[in-house]
Write a new protein. Structure first.
Length: 70
């Protein structure tokens, strides 16, 4: 898949948010985080190309399997 450093750099927030997903507070946190990430992705701000491309693929795969919903 991806190199570990890339994954952590791009998706660290997702993984932390998934952990908190079970609680109501966690759900809000998850929504906030995904919105922020989504916004920066649209504009492609301050992301290295490789990381950004990997991110797109990662999201697409997760959406296919219904794991990640934005």
């Amino acid at each position: 898949m991806y190199r570990k450093s890339n994954t952590i750099r791009c998706f660290g927030t997702f993984f932390f948010a998934f952990r908190e997903k079970r609680t109501k507070v966690g759900k809000k946190v998850l929504e906030k985080r995904t919105k922020t990430v989504k916004k920066s992705w649209k504009n492609g701000q301050k992301q290295s190309k490789k990381c950004w491309k990997n991110g797109q693929t990662y999201l697409r795969d997760k959406k296919k399997h219904g794991i990640l919903r934005i």
